[in-house]
Design a protein around this ligand. Structure first.
Ligand code: GLN
Length: 498
């Protein structure tokens, strides 16, 4: 196995044991980035100098006798996370040249544990999207099939991890933005319980939903990164002050005694025969590991999408009000301050962001607030209650991670068909639950196999149970080993990618 293919856990072990230096791992990863990222487009900014300096510091600490949980592990940082001195664009023209003045808590914890920031990864503008096609700055491709999208909004981190351009990718998930790109790129995508990982230094989209989590090739790596990042932070008022149970040391190899809920309303037959077969097999595999499958019902989950597309735009219309040309990023001058605001926002935001701001402002406006925003909040409570009832009879829930496998770039031209991608992930986000996507097989499209993800979801704070179950499933099935990088990825750039 080449250096870049090593898991994060393996890299940290080897660097701590001084079998390899953090600098060697970093140089290998930067070399891989230089070799393929022109064609892939995972990174908006490459951080060669910062990465090498960080690696040398890690090697010095190891030489001084320290042990570091993530020693030398190459990390892709989604471009909505502040990393001091680096461009932090949110995939938007409005922040295209904005340099973060400080480092956010989750990123800082990774750096303190010896992680190496190798680049800032592409994303849908302000994390609004499911394919990375809404990035105003770069197109990211799916490393397993360059004609397809990597998913979104954390598509750059997912693509980077899948193509061995990092072992850990940091993502943020508001309605599915870690889990869906994880599924599309054949990697693990893990969204912790809302409030478990500090959002200090994460540029806000929808504050009652946003959560940071890792994208990795193995569940072990997800547990490693989560254990390092999670925990109370006084800098984030929504951060939860409650003792943390380490997950990595609790990973198990079986599911004996576990009751796994299969959601009646999420019958996979409607997704087509090939997809249905993959999920039915995944459920049987869970059973083979000792789990008891139980039917559960989430009667209000079907309202998740409509609820989310009121709450998330409402919150974003407020959060994005700060981008007006006065303080952050782009400013387009006008004759007076009003004109300046208008010109800046008209030029700086892309069409999807403008759509969300309009919807959100409408939903919050007087006369409509009760009919839309308050109603959506009530439905959100009902969705949470459905999950509570379901978890009275089961320990975990299993269901699809996305409505389809990765689609061809440009295939979804209307917003609604894009929104539908997150049908299965949004209910968990509204309920604040921890959930992840783990590779569960693939479907064959035009001779190529396109991966799919199984979503597992647990009650709040049950990260340990969740990761443990995913680890058992992964170990028994090893689907990620079947990922094959697109052969064109390694060809010299020709200028024309498709
Ligand atoms: N695709 C969803 C949206 O566009 C979710 C995005 C996310 O989780 N950040 O809002």
């Amino acid at each position: 196995m080449s250096t870049v293919e090593r898991s994060g856990v393996d890299v940290a072990r080897a660097v701590n044991a001084r079998e390899i230096s953090a600098r060697e791992v970093t140089d290998a990863t930067l070399g891989q980035i230089d070799a393929v990222d022109e064609r892939l487009g995972a990174y908006l900014t490459r951080l060669h100098d910062m990465a090498r300096a960080a690696a040398d510091r890690v090697d010095a600490r190891i030489a001084g006798g320290e042990k570091l949980a993530m020693a030398g592990v190459p990390v892709a940082v989604k471009d909505n996370m502040c990393l001091a001195g680096t461009r932090t664009t949110c995939g938007s023209k409005i922040l295209e040249n904005w340099i973060a003045p400080y480092t956010g808590t989750a990123v800082q914890r990774i750096l303190d544990a010896g992680g190496i920031p190798v680049g800032k990864s592409n994303m849908d503008e302000f994390a609004m999207g499911s394919s990375c096609e809404n990035s105003a700055l770069l197109q990211t491709r799916n490393p397993l099939d360059l004609s397809r999208v990597p998913g979104g909004s954390s598509g750059g981190s997912a693509a980077a991890v899948s193509a061995h351009l990092a072992a850990v990718g940091l993502g943020s998930d508001t309605g599915g933005s870690i889990r869906e790109p994880g599924a599309f790129c054949g990697v693990v995508g893990f969204k912790p319980t809302y409030g478990r990982v500090s959002r200090y230094g994460l540029i806000a989209f929808a504050s009652s939903l946003d959560q940071i989590g890792p994208l990795t090739r193995t569940v072990e790596d997800a547990a490693l990164a989560y254990d390092v990042m999670a925990g109370y932070d006084p800098m984030d008022s929504t951060s939860i002050d409650r003792p943390l149970e380490p997950t990595f040391s609790a990973l198990r190899d079986d599911l004996r005694g576990k009751r796994i809920g299969i959601v009646k309303e999420f019958e996979t037959g409607k997704l087509g025969a090939a997809i249905d077969a993959v999920y039915k097999q995944a459920y049987r595999d869970l059973e083979k590991l000792g789990a008891e499958l139980i039917e559960v019902s989430l009667p209000t989950a079907d309202y998740g999408l409509a609820t989310y597309y009121l709450i998330a735009p409402a919150e974003c219309s407020s959060n994005l009000a700060r981008f007006d040309g006065v303080r952050y990023g782009l400013r387009v001058e006008g004759n007076d301050v009003g004109e300046m605001y208008e010109a800046t926002r008209a030029a700086g935001f892309g069409p999807e962001v403008k759509r969300r701001i309009l919807i959100g402002t409408y939903a919050l406006s007087s006369g409509y607030y009760d009919a839309y925003y308050v109603k959506a909040q009530k439905v959100r409570t009902l969705i949470g209650d459905d999950f509570k009832k379901a978890f009275a009879t089961c320990d975990l829930i299993a269901c699809p991670a996305a409505s389809s496998p990765a689609f061809v770039s440009g295939a979804k031209s209307d917003p609604y068909s894009m929104y539908l991608m997150d049908y299965y992930t949004i209910p968990m986000s509204l309920a604040g639950l921890p959930a992840l996507s783990v590779p569960c097989g693939s479907v064959s499209v035009e001779g190529k196999s396109v991966p799919m993800g199984l979503q597992l979801c647990a009650p709040i704070f049950a990260e340990r149970e969740l990761l443990s179950a995913a680890h058992a499933y992964e170990k028994a099935t090893m689907h990620y080993k079947n990922n094959k990088l697109d052969v064109s990825l390694h060809r010299a750039p020709t200028g024309n990618l498709v």
